[in-house]
Design a protein around this ligand. Structure first.
Ligand code: NAD
Ligand code: GLY
Length: 364
């Protein structure tokens, strides 16, 4: 009998289809780990913050399915999403003579998920992996859809692969230990799904934001489920981002400029996305695509989620410069995800002068 926080979302990608399991307590629930590829060895990749909290639970569950379960703890932080860290995963795999059936388990936030997924894509030309996301951002976004990557000193997430996991297991219980700032950052990605795809979900977030901030398991279960359903629907149509998938980057173009302009790590990614959504909504309004009431409503929700809505004053030239190296830019032309009307996103350019107006209006 499923309990009331139990949810399941499927992502349809032909022979690469998989399920996202959502519930409180899945790390210790034997059935959550049944039916995965069999192997002599499983490797849990986690980090120095998440490992001490949750790796033992996962290790115990996996021991029922794999003769050998290894754990590798990476240093915590975006700064370690590098070649050197990737190499340390390969070192452990090779030192333990891990074969091409070895299953990797990414236990952590988006950093651990992205780097472990990329390691799985590369090791012996590809081994199975399972996402076990422990941040809200990772449960609603980064663990779903198969984007894996490491950073290059010149650009974030520039070296990577599309490589889908075997399964995503979201244990809602892990969100109870998440720092408040990280919870808010994850809420930015939850809020994102409303304007781009589902204004009824936006209404629901407005009504239930306090419960989400209090980490109510029921509210979290629905927020993760609906976010994953929307992302699964988009990725199912455009896995490799030849078009539609770009709408998932609402707020990310301005957000990327904030992150790059301030230096990565100054603001959390979700904080930059929250502020970036306000700026993208303002741009949509100045282009006549949405009314002022929508931008005010979105801004109010982002404030309530504990996210910044005023951007750093980098100057409009710096914003434009950083946005031109965004992955969505085509031959230097910036592509924005805009709202037209609320509940639908479009990807298009905008005159530099209008973008500069938005920067001036939104940054101090
Ligand atoms: P993160 O992985 O750095 O985690 C944030 C912090 O929370 C870390 O200090 C982490 O150790 C800690 N933490 C994680 N789970 C915890 C828990 N349950 N309790 C206590 N502390 C916990 O950051 P993130 O926001 O999860 O992910 C950001 C990364 O995700 C970026 O590298 C970004 O590029 C990537 N990303 C990828 C995609 C994708 O589609 N692949 C999408 C969005 C973001
Ligand atoms: N986070 C955006 C994407 O997965 O496409």
């Amino acid at each position: 009998m499923p309990h009331d926080t139990h949810r399941q979302v499927s992502i349809a990608l032909g022979d690469r289809s998989y399920d996202i399991s959502i519930d409180a307590g899945l790390l210790s629930l034997g059935s959550a780990w049944q039916g995965l590829p069999r192997a002599a060895t499983a490797l849990i990749v986690t980090n120095d913050t998440v490992g001490p909290l949750y790796a033992a639970d996962l290790q115990r569950s996996l021991a029922a399915h794999y003769p050998k379960v290894l754990t590798l703890s990476l240093p915590d932080g975006e700064a370690y999403k590098t070649w050197e860290t990737l190499q340390s995963i390969f070192d452990v795999l090779l030192q333990n003579a891990c074969d091409r059936k070895t299953v990797l388990f990414a236990l952590g936030g988006g950093v651990v998920g992205d780097i472990t997924g990329f390691a799985a894509a590369c090791y012996m030309r590809g081994v199975p992996f399972v996402q076990v996301p422990t941040t809200l951002l990772a449960q609603v976004d980064s663990s779903v859809g198969g984007k894996t990557a490491i950073n290059h000193p010149i650009g974030k997430n520039m070296i990577g692969a599309f490589y889908q996991p075997e399964r995503v297991v979201c244990d809602l219980h892990t969100l109870q230990s998440l720092p408040a700032r990280e919870l808010s950052a994850g809420l930015a990605e939850v809020i994102k799904y409303g304007p781009i795809a589902d204004m009824a979900f936006f209404d629901w977030i407005e009504t239930n934001l306090d419960a989400l901030l209090q980490r109510d398991p029921q509210a979290l279960a629905y927020a993760v489920q609906r976010s994953c359903e929307i992302k699964a629907h988009v990725v199912g149509q455009d896995e490799r981002e030849s078009g539609l998938r770009a709408i998932l980057n609402f707020g990310h173009t301005f957000g990327h400029a904030i992150e790059a302009g301030l230096g990565f790590g100054e603001w959390l990614h979700g904080e930059a996305v929250g502020c970036g959504m306000v700026m993208a909504a303002q741009l949509s309004h100045r282009l006549g695509l949405v009314d002022a009431a929508f931008t005010e409503r979105l801004t109010a929700l982002i404030v309530r989620a504990g996210l910044p809505t005023v951007g750093p004053d980098l100057g409009s030239e710096a914003y434009l410069h950083h946005m031109r190296v965004d992955k969505k830019a085509e031959a230097g032309d910036i592509r924005f995800v805009l709202i037209d009307p609320p509940g639908t996103a479009v990807v298009r350019g905008a005159p530099d002068a209008l973008v500069a107006e938005v920067v001036q209006a939104c940054c101090r």
